[in-house]
Design a protein around this ligand. Structure first.
Ligand code: FAD
Length: 466
C-alpha cells in the first residue's frame, strides 16, 4: 500500500479522531475528517462529555509518538493522589503510587482537542470539515453520507477506507448493527448511576479553593462526588448518583431545598465552597454512563471502529481517553508492519487490541465500586498502605494493579488486569487471615505477596480463567 495514493476518511474529530488524523497525516496519507460539531477552537461550545479528564501514561505515550508531549504538558495539572473527604470534612491524601515520579494529570478536554486539531491541520494532506454529521455508512461501497448542519444538504463521500472515531453513539457501528449483512456482536450496558457536572469556582484572586494537586473524592458507598482541578483555579465537580435508588437519587433531587439538604448532609465541606450549587445543579444535564463492547470492529478492509465507537467504558479508571489514544499507538505499530492491504491491517489491529479494551472496560466497572466505597474501607486502606510501601521500597520489583494499569504503559490492559487482580486477592487474603500487617518486614511481605500471587495466577490458569 503506497501511502500517497491512499485516501482515508475519518468520522469524528474528537480526542481519538484528531490524534488519528495527525498521526496518519504525519505518515503521508491523504486524510479527510468530518466532524458534526462546530470547531471548538473558534466556537464557544461545551467540549462534550466531561470538561476535564484524567490524563496518564498511556495517553502520554501517544503524545510522544506524534511529538507534542511538551505542548500537552503545559495543559496538565499533576494530581499525585486521591484526596478523600469524609462526612465530617476530614481529609486524607492517598497517593496513586509509592514512586514519586508517578502521578496522573487533570487536563481540559477542549484545550487538548483543540491542540490536536491544530497540529493535524499543520499537514497539507489533512483536511478537517466541521458541522458535517455522518448519518450512515455504506461499508460495502466504502462511502459515508453526511449532512451539512447549516444548509441541511446531504452529500456522499468515498475513500479507500473509512475509520469511525465518532464516539459512543457511532454512526458506523449503527450501520453495522442495522445491516444484518454479517455477524456483528454488540452489547451496551448502562450503570444504574448517572452523572452531573458542577463547579468549584476559583477564589477571587484566581487561587484554588481546595488542594490543587489531587483528585478529590467524597466516597459515600452508594454514590460519590469527585473534583478535578482546572488551570483557571476552578474545579470540575462530578456527582455520580443512582437515578432511582437510595434516599437521595437524581429522580427525587427536584428542588433547591432537597439538593442543598443532600449536600449539607453528605458533602458539607464541598457545599461550603459551592455557592453556585443550586444554579449548576438545575442548569446542567444529568447523563447516563455505559459500557459498549462489540465485534468485529472492521468490515473487510473498508471500515474500522476506533476509540469509544469500538469500546466506550465507564469513566472510573480515568482510562477511556487514554485507551483511545493508545488505540492510535497500537494501530501505528500495525502500519509499521506494512501488511498487504487494509483488511490484513485492520484484522491484525483488532486481534491484538480487543482483549485489552475488554479488560479496561471490566476494570473500570471494578473501580466504580472501589471509588465510591472501598477507598473509605479500613482493610482497603491497609492494603493501599502495603502497596505504597512496596512500591517505594522496591520501585522496580513491585507495582500495584492501579500502577500496572495507569503507569505501566509497556504491558497491555489485560496483562495488568490479570496480574493486578491476583495481587489484590493475595494481599487481601493475607490481611484477612492475619498473615501479615503493614508493620512486617517489607522484604518478607514482598516475597509472600509474590508467592501468593503466582499461586492465584496458576489456579486461575488451571481453572481456564485465562
Ligand atoms: P469522543 O470524544 O466522544 O469524540 C467523538 C467525536 O465524534 C465528537 O467530536 C463528536 O462530536 C463526533 N461525532 C459524533 N457523532 C458524529 C457523527 N455522526 N458525525 C460526525 N461526527 C460525529 N477518559 C479518560 O481517559 N480520563 C478521564 O478522566 C475520563 N473522564 C470521563 C468522564 C466522563 C463523565 C465521561 C463520560 C468520560 C470520561 N472519559 C475519560 C472517557 C473519554 O471521554 C472518552 O473515552 C473519549 O472522549 C473517547 O474519545 P473519542 O474520540 O473516541 O470519542
Amino acid at each position: 500500500m503506497s501511502n500517497k495514493q491512499q485516501n482515508i476518511l475519518i468520522i469524528g474529530a474528537g480526542l481519538c479522531g484528531s490524534l488519528l488524523a495527525l498521526r496518519l497525516g504525519q505518515r503521508g496519507y491523504n486524510v479527510t475528517v468530518y466532524e458534526m460539531r462546530p470547531d471548538l477552537r473558534t466556537t464557544d461550545i461545551s467540549a462534550g462529555r466531561s470538561i476535564n479528564l484524567a490524563f496518564s501514561d498511556r495517553g502520554n505515550k501517544a503524545m510522544k509518538l506524534v511529538g507534542i508531549e511538551d505542548k500537552v504538558k503545559a495543559l496538565c495539572i499533576p494530581m499525585n493522589g486521591r484526596m478523600i473527604h469524609d462526612k465530617e470534612g476530614n481529609t486524607f491524601l492517598s497517593n496513586y503510587s509509592g514512586r514519586d515520579y508517578e502521578y496522573i494529570n487533570s487536563i481540559s478536554r477542549g484545550e487538548l482537542n483543540g491542540l490536536l486539531l491544530t497540529e493535524a491541520e499543520k499537514h497539507d494532506n489533512v483536511t478537517i470539515h466541521f458541522n458535517k454529521k455522518c448519518n450512515s455508512v455504506d461499508f460495502e461501497k466504502t462511502t459515508a453520507t453526511f449532512q451539512d448542519y447549516n444548509s441541511k444538504d446531504e452529500f456522499i463521500e468515498d475513500a479507500d477506507c473509512i475509520i469511525a472515531t465518532d464516539g459512543a453513539g457511532s454512526a458506523l457501528r449503527k450501520s453495522y448493527y442495522l445491516s444484518h449483512k454479517f455477524l456483528f456482536s454488540f452489547s451496551q450496558e448502562y450503570l444504574s448511576h448517572g452523572y452531573k457536572e458542577l463547579t468549584f469556582l476559583p477564589k477571587e484572586d484566581g487561587g484554588y479553593k481546595t488542594y490543587k494537586n489531587a483528585l478529590h473524592i467524597w466516597p459515600r458507598s452508594s454514590f460519590m462526588l469527585i473534583a478535578l482541578p482546572n488551570l483557571d483555579g476552578s474545579f470540575t465537580v462530578t456527582l455520580f448518583l443512582s437515578y432511582s435508588e437510595g434516599e437521595y437519587n437524581f429522580n427525587n433531587l427536584t428542588t433547591p431545598e432537597i439538593v442543598t439538604e443532600f449536600f449539607q448532609k453528605e458533602f458539607p465541606d464541598a457545599l461550603e465552597i459551592m455557592p453556585n450549587l443550586v444554579d449548576d445543579f438545575f442548569e446542567n444535564p444529568t447523563a447516563a454512563l455505559g459500557t459498549v463492547k462489540c465485534s468485529p470492529w472492521h468490515y473487510k478492509g473498508n471500515t474500522l471502529l476506533m476509540g469509544d465507537s469500538a469500546h466506550a467504558i465507564v469513566p472510573f479508571y480515568g482510562q477511556g481517553m487514554n485507551a483511545s489514544f493508545e488505540d492510535v499507538v497500537e494501530f501505528d505499530k500495525v502500519l509499521d508492519q506494512n501488511l498487504d492491504n487494509w483488511e490484513a491491517t485492520f484484522e491484525a489491529y483488532e486481534k491484538n487490541r480487543k482483549k485489552d479494551t475488554d479488560a479496561i472496560a471490566d476494570l473500570a466497572i471494578d473501580n466504580f465500586h472501589e471509588m465510591k466505597g472501598h477507598v473509605a474501607n479500613p482493610i482497603f486502606q491497609e492494603k493501599r498502605k502495603i502497596e505504597m510501601a512496596l512500591e517505594k521500597e522496591f520501585p522496580s520489583a513491585y507495582s500495584s494493579k492501579y500502577s500496572l494499569v495507569t503507569f505501566n504503559e509497556d504491558i497491555g490492559y489485560r496483562e495488568a488486569m490479570l496480574k493486578g487482580r491476583a495481587q489484590d486477592k493475595a494481599i487481601l487474603n493475607m490481611l484477612t487471615d492475619n498473615i501479615m500487617s503493614s508493620d512486617d518486614d517489607l522484604k518478607d511481605i514482598l516475597e509472600k505477596v509474590n508467592v501468593e500471587t503466582e499461586a492465584i495466577l496458576e489456579d486461575d490458569r488451571i481453572a481456564g480463567l485465562h
